[in-house]
Design a protein around this ligand. Sequence first.
Ligand SMILES: C[S@@+](CC[C@H](N)C(=O)[O-])C[C@H]1O[C@@H](n2cnc3c(N)ncnc32)[C@H](O)[C@@H]1O
Length: 326
Amino acid sequence: MEPMIWRQAEQALAGLLAARFTKDIIRKAEERMRADVHGTLPRWISAWQRLPQTGSLDLEATRQTSAVVVSNAEPIDLEPLTRLLMEFHPWRKGPFEIFGTRIDTEWRSDWKWNRMAEKLEFRGKKILDVGCGNGYYGWKMLAEGADFVLGCDPFLLYVMQFEVFRKYAPQPHRHFVLPLGDTDLPDRMQCFDLCLSMGVLYHRSGPIDHLQKMHGTLKPGGQLLLETLVIESDQPAVLVPKGRYAKMRNVWFIPSVAMLEIWLERTGFEDIRILDVSTTTEEEQRRTPWMTFESLADFLDPQDPRKTVEGYPAPRRAMLLAVARK
Ligand SMILES: C[S@@+](CC[C@H](N)C(=O)[O-])C[C@H]1O[C@@H](n2cnc3c(N)ncnc32)[C@H](O)[C@@H]1O
């Protein structure tokens, strides 16, 4: 892959972050992406290099449809393209459309996008998306006029899926995904207008630490969009699964919305608004030819889909918007 990615990211971040923060996160990102650190990385890079060299990520088409769209004036041989894209299996977040091939991902992320997009303003904003997966929402936000989007996700496959699309993105690049987790981010960067934490909080054993970290990334008065699993209760309550939750090993705290509001207030947020609460359906998260592993239907009790296979309440998600106190 072009070694230039780090220099490009560094240059783009230079206008946004203090120099010491930029140096720190670029150094960490570079370390994580070393081929000798991750065994499958050379295979992904080789597939990335064999992708068509021309094409363009069409932000206008991306704005108008559910997918992130890459197109090309010349026709592309679709069979080898599909084989190359399958090197990056499993495709979880999307959909994407690349040279006419639709990547029908496990998640209809466009549904979550629709829930948030109508309630948020992205124009001119500098945005951080923590646990961004392959950057699907970043492209959508850029298409809605965001000034700059920095995503981070510790899972290298998702970073490589992002790179497939960045290859065709308009230059100079205004969207990067770095292979970092929340704890890798410097404390108190205080430079973003909007920070997204979607689908991450329940994976953290220290949810308060996570929220404090998110708070520190924001300018005073900046907004946090928090999306996470919740339980149904009017009271401040929290479920800590004894073992797995919906077959996931890494689920720690599933609060009620009332509990989430307290966590947000205690970590420096105000003007907390509940944007949405929805139960996840088997139409929104499902197995597809682009994600052939188990999906939601396999995680729910076949006799009673209101429960997970472990007997816990089935996944329900809340989306909250909060403002970092000045
Ligand atoms: C459920 S997915 C959500 C993806 C996307 N934000 C969305 O809402 O569709 C959780 C993502 O968080 C990432 N993740 C896990 N631990 C993380 C951490 N400590 N910091 C940042 N991201 C993390 C995972 O790799 C995964 O991509």
